[in-house]
Design a protein around this ligand. Structure first.
Ligand SMILES: NC(=O)c1ccc[n+]([C@@H]2O[C@H](COP(=O)([O-])OP(=O)(O)OC[C@H]3O[C@@H](n4cnc5c(N)ncnc54)[C@H](OP(=O)(O)O)[C@@H]3O)[C@@H](O)[C@H]2O)c1
Length: 294
């Protein structure tokens, strides 16, 4: 491999894809970011042609059908984009002499236990999103034995609005803030995540599944309350300062079932890299300061 990795990023307009592109450039990596118009994952047969002529050492796939309820409504499309296309990408990587870094999700787990989930725990998805992402993981590793599958959870940050932004906006507007209190995971800052992913690319020693997230577990309602508290500390004029919790049962806005507990254990990454992820609260404070006090 060249001393400077040449990287293709898919999901050029997505939350993680944009941040990855910027960080690759900051680290002087040669990066080409492709959006849906240049490479459509809904058309897996077109992938070899879309990558023709590009020279790269790694392809990071941060694109996919990411709306959990949309996947439940359109499972065939979710399967093509999240699973079939991932297999086609892995094959294309092998043909280019490159490696695939596939971004996956904590939703591959069923969420019934209350222990942090390691790479050895057995996936058992409860919805079409988790199922198709798991099939994507399997396709990636079947086609490219050097593929890396990074499972991540609850992303915030980047240019797109995410969960904490919705909470802060509701707080500023004075709306009642109701959030689920019986579903837990690890909120994760995309800027931190992109740094860890690029560490994996630069290092190159790991193949297979790896879990990446900020440290600490929260329910959605705890996550929302911390976001509000931090926004208050930044001096934002909140008109709602308290989050009301409610259970998932009877919450009719969800189409897909959600796994209750999907907090990831990141011990493997720390052992490999020597990097200990910071607590999500610290990362969220940095993001909110950057986003709301510029
Ligand atoms: N966000 C989270 O909380 C979370 C949690 C766990 C795992 N993940 C995983 O992390 C990765 C990145 O998530 P994200 O939050 O950055 O997602 P995102 O903001 O929704 O970005 C996904 C990107 O995929 C692109 N895309 C969708 N269908 C496509 C198609 N047919 N062909 C080509 N591109 C297509 C979208 O393009 P357009 O911009 O054109 O629509 C979008 O830019 C995904 O693999 C996701 O499963 C995310």
């Amino acid at each position: 491999m060249n001393s400077v990795p040449r990287v293709v990023v898919l999901g050029a307009k997505g939350r993680l894809g944009r941040v990855l592109k910027n960080q690759c450039a900051d680290q002087n990596m040669l990066v080409k970011a492709l959006g849906r118009t240049e490479l459509d994952l809904a058309l897996p047969d077109s992938i070899p042609q879309a990558l023709e002529g590009l020279e790269f050492d790694w392809l990071i796939n941060a694109a996919g059908t990411t709306d959990v309820d949309d996947c439940e409504r359109h499972p065939k499309l979710a399967h093509v984009v999240n699973a079939e296309a991932t297999g086609a990408l892995a094959r294309a990587c092998v043909n280019h002499g490159a490696r695939l870094l596939q971004i996956s999700t904590d939703y591959v787990f069923g969420g019934d236990s209350r222990a942090l989930l390691t790479e050895q725990d057995v996936p058992a998805p409860v919805n079409a999103y988790g199922q198709t992402k798991l099939e994507g993981e399997q396709a990636a590793m079947a086609e490219d034995r050097r593929a890396v599958v990074a499972r991540v959870s609850w992303l915030f940050g980047g240019d797109k609005q995410s969960f904490p932004d919705g909470v802060v906006m509701a707080g500023l507007a004075g709306d009642a803030i109701l959030r689920v209190n019986d579903k837990w995971a690890c909120p994760t800052y995309v800027e931190d995540l992109a740094r860890w992913l690029l560490w994996l690319v630069e290092d190159g020693s790991h193949a297979g599944v790896i879990h990446l997230c900020n440290q600490g577990v929260a329910s959605w309602s705890e996550y929302a309350q911390v976001a509000l508290d931090l926004a208050g500390e930044l001096g934002l004029r909140l008109r709602t300062t308290h989050v009301e919790g409610h259970t998932m049962e009877g919450f009719d806005r969800f189409i897909a079932k959600r796994p209750p507990f999907t907090a990831l254990d990141t011990g493997l990454f720390t052992r490999l890299s020597g990097i200990a992820a910071r607590p999500w609260q610290e990362a969220l404070a940095e993001y909110l300061k950057h986003r709301y006090t510029r």
